[in-house]
Design a protein around this ligand. Structure first.
Ligand code: C2E
Ligand code: CA
Ligand code: CA
Ligand code: CA
Length: 274
């Protein structure tokens, strides 16, 4: 067996080492990317279902890496979270999103995604306050999308932060609703204005009675709690029609519009509708 060369452990150790180095490289690149502003935002439109009006857009970050080209958030957000670089990164997103929304009609909001680690590091309340003051965007036009993983940690602290954010006047929505363990009890505890139903439920909405029943009850729940219910991942007209039938408030997805550049969003979603 020895003559077979490297044993499993050695192979494992080498792979580990490689992965650690890749991570370090990514971290170094990420630092430079923040300095040289290699990021850009894409905007995905969100529509009111009953009258088909554009109500806002979600800002989604992308990285234009000098060597590897366009990178999607799932490939670098986790490293940014682990290294704390998420704070300067997210500050850039906040600033850019608020300034972009200022160029849109006043009826429209912009939503951004917050990472769980932002609730542990730095002062998120003053960061958001500063972004609003710097840009001059009305607070109610900024929506913060928060996933359930944020709420798992120190509930009292998170509740305190969310209450302060509500006082500033921004909107809070629960992202990826239904994918966690205790979405329901969180709705009771935390001051959300909206729910975004995870796209996995929308995907088999039309084919499966169970998903249909789940969506219908989430919409009912949202209504009872005076929360706006948004369906994400709407990819075809059947899904949209069903959502209309169950009176879901808003929708977002490839069928209605892909994430697109600021310019393209303005030209195709805003100018064309005026
Ligand atoms: P998310 O917040 O759940 O965002 C929705 C994701 O679904 C986006 O992927 C979007 O492009 C994609 N999507 C939209 N419509 C459809 C559809 O009809 N079908 C399907 N299959 N997918 C659709 P993206 O842009 O790759 O973002 C992935 C995740 O990265 C986001 O999930 C969010 O959690 C995170 N993210 C994006 N931008 C930021 C950011 O600025 N800050 C932080 N902290 N996280 C971000
Ligand atoms: Ca989101
Ligand atoms: Ca989501
Ligand atoms: Ca997600």
């Amino acid at each position: 067996a020895k003559s077979a060369g490297r044993n499993n452990w050695q192979v494992y150790a080498e792979e580990m080492n490689e992965r650690v180095q890749q991570k370090r490289k990514l971290e170094t690149d990420l630092r430079a990317a923040i300095r040289y502003q290699e990021f850009f935002l894409e905007f995905q439109p969100r529509f009111q279902i009953d009258d088909n009006t554009l109500c806002g857009a979600e800002a989604l970050i992308r990285w234009n890496h000098p060597v590897n080209g366009r990178l999607e958030p799932d490939s670098f957000i986790p490293i940014a979270e682990q290294t704390g670089l998420i704070v300067p990164l997210s500050d850039w997103v906040l600033d850019k999103a608020c300034k972009t929304a200022l160029t849109w009609p006043e009826t429209m909001f912009v939503s951004i995604n917050l990472s769980p680690s932002e609730f542990e590091r730095g002062d998120i309340v003053s960061r958001i306050g500063a972004a609003l003051t710097n840009s001059g965007l009305a607070p109610h036009r900024l929506e913060l999308e928060i996933t359930e993983s944020v709420l798992l940690d120190d509930a009292a602290k998170v509740l305190d932060i969310m209450s302060s954010l509500k006082k500033i006047g921004v909107r809070l929505s629960m992202d990826d609703f239904g994918t966690g363990y205790s979405s329901l009890s969180y709705l009771r505890t935390f001051p959300f204005d909206g729910i975004k139903i995870d796209k996995s439920f929308i995907a088999d909405f039309v084919e499966y009675d169970t998903s249909h029943a789940i969506i219908e009850s989430i919409v009912g729940l949202g209504r009872a709690l005076s929360m706006t219910v948004t369906a994400e991942g709407v990819e075809n007209v059947n899904q949209l029609n069903q959502l209309h039938k169950v009176k879901c408030d808003q929708a977002q997805g490839y069928f209605l519009g892909r994430p697109m550049s600021e310019r393209q969003f303005f030209d195709s979603c805003i100018t064309d509708r005026q």
